[in-house]
Every structure is written in C-alpha cells, then in structure tokens.
Design a protein around this ligand. Sequence first.
Ligand SMILES: Nc1ncnc2c1ncn2[C@@H]1O[C@H](COP(=O)(O)OP(=O)(O)O)[C@@H](O)[C@H]1O
Ligand SMILES: [Mg+2]
Length: 256
Amino acid sequence: MPKILFCGKGGSGKSTLLAFLALYLSEHHDVLVVDADESNPGLARMMGLDAPRQTLMENLGGKTAFRRSMGKKSAPLEEKDLLGSALRSMAALPSSASSRSGRLTLVSVGKIEHTHEGCACPMGVLARTFIGNISIRPGQWVLIDTEAGVEHFGRGILDGVDAVVAIADPSYDAVLLIAKIKAMADEGGKRLCVVLNKTDGDTESLMRNRLEGQGIRIAATLPQSRDITAGNLRALPLDVDAFRENLRSLLVAIES
Ligand SMILES: Nc1ncnc2c1ncn2[C@@H]1O[C@H](COP(=O)(O)OP(=O)(O)O)[C@@H](O)[C@H]1O
Ligand SMILES: [Mg+2]
C-alpha cells in the first residue's frame, strides 16, 4: 500500500496524523510526503523539516505557464508530458523543490499566494499527475496531505493512490464526512482506514457507535493530547515515541 491519501474535515488532524506516520515509517523506509493542501503552511514544521524553497508548480514555471501547458487536460497520456523526468522518481527530485532529512522527503504541490490569482484547479491537475506518475520501489512510501473536505476526490486524486486514511475528530460533521468519504473510496475501489483523533473516554465511544453503526470500522485512535497541542504552539516536531502503539495499529490496518 505505498501511496496513501490523508483526508478529513478541517482541523481534524490530517496533517498531524500524516506527519506522525511519515516520521514513524521513515525510521526504516524512504518516505515522500506530498503536501497537496494549497493553503496550510504548517506541515514541514510538524516533521522538523524546512519548507521546500520552491513548490512543484514553481519548479514547472508557475501556475500560468502550467495552465498553458495543460492544454488538452482531459487526456491522461498527455498529462504525463506535463512533468519533466526529474519529477518522476523520488531519487531525482530537484533539491530546490524538495526538503530532506534522513529518509524523509517533502514536496509541496503549490500554494495559493495572491488575491484574485484564480482557482486551485491547476494544482489539482499537477497533484493528480505527480502522484499518479511518481515511480517508487518496494518498501518506499508516498503520503499525501490534502486540504479539508472532498474537493480532491472530485479532481480525481484517488486514481493514483492505493489507500485512503480518513481522520475524524469528535464531531457530527466528521461522522457525516467520513460516510461520504467511504462512499467515494468504495466507488474508486480503494481501501479506507478511519482514524479517530482527539478522543477522550466519552467521545471515543460516542464516535465509535456512530461510525460502526454505519458499518465503518475504526483502524486506529489518537487521544486528545496536551503534548501535541503544546508542541504545535512551540513549533516543535511531533514526538513519535509517545504514540508508537497508535501508529503501529494504523500501519497494520493500512497493510492488511
Ligand atoms: N490528538 C491531538 N491532540 C491535541 N491536539 C491535536 C491532536 N491532533 C491534532 N491536534 C491539533 O489540532 C490542530 C489541527 O490539526 P491539523 O493536523 O493541522 O489538522 P488538519 O490538517 O486536519 O487541518 C493543530 O493545532 C494540531 O496540533
Ligand atoms: Mg492540514
């Protein structure tokens, strides 16, 4: 299950869970994190990395140039021509557009930086094309962070991934969104692993009942943690050691 998409509602903990799993996996494997959230700036810091100097979009000449080269964007084979050879393998990624530490590498698809710069659709095409075409060897992982909601599903990002991890915080909105994500993952024939995040005793059982009542199995949980909140405020990388067991459960579910 090497290419894994992380999704869920805003603030549910998508980036936190992804960063935890990336740090955990990179102890023994090459891991490429693809930041496909066009807005959130905080992912690099959660993993103790600097943000890449350039986004992939900038590396390809910027959004306007990329939009032009998209041309007949609907044909999948033509989409492959949108990427140079450097963006097709983990080892060849240009240092200007990637940030590395040990076996962990981060790239960012593109960010919305200016008022009136237009929609993020070119970023969606680039994300889908990059994820679909990046070649990886056995034992290597690609973890993809997305913005809140299901817009990425509508843009077809699911095509190139092997499994979906959906994060639910304790809220009714999260329950509704997870049901929708399950339907879309089923439609795309992708395995879905649901993580309950920010749980405490009461909310965990309430969420469990709600989701399991809809036939949705819980793959793993991550408790509400003062250390995570404080570490985030201090801009510290996440501490894998505190949640090794939770991460192991998630990995078992992803691989089973
Ligand atoms: N288990 C947790 N305990 C405490 N705070 C958490 C936990 N998971 C995430 N957070 C905090 O919640 C906020 C949103 O998390 P984030 O991962 O950025 O969400 P998303 O990527 O889904 O928008 C961050 O401030 C993060 O530190
Ligand atoms: Mg995020």
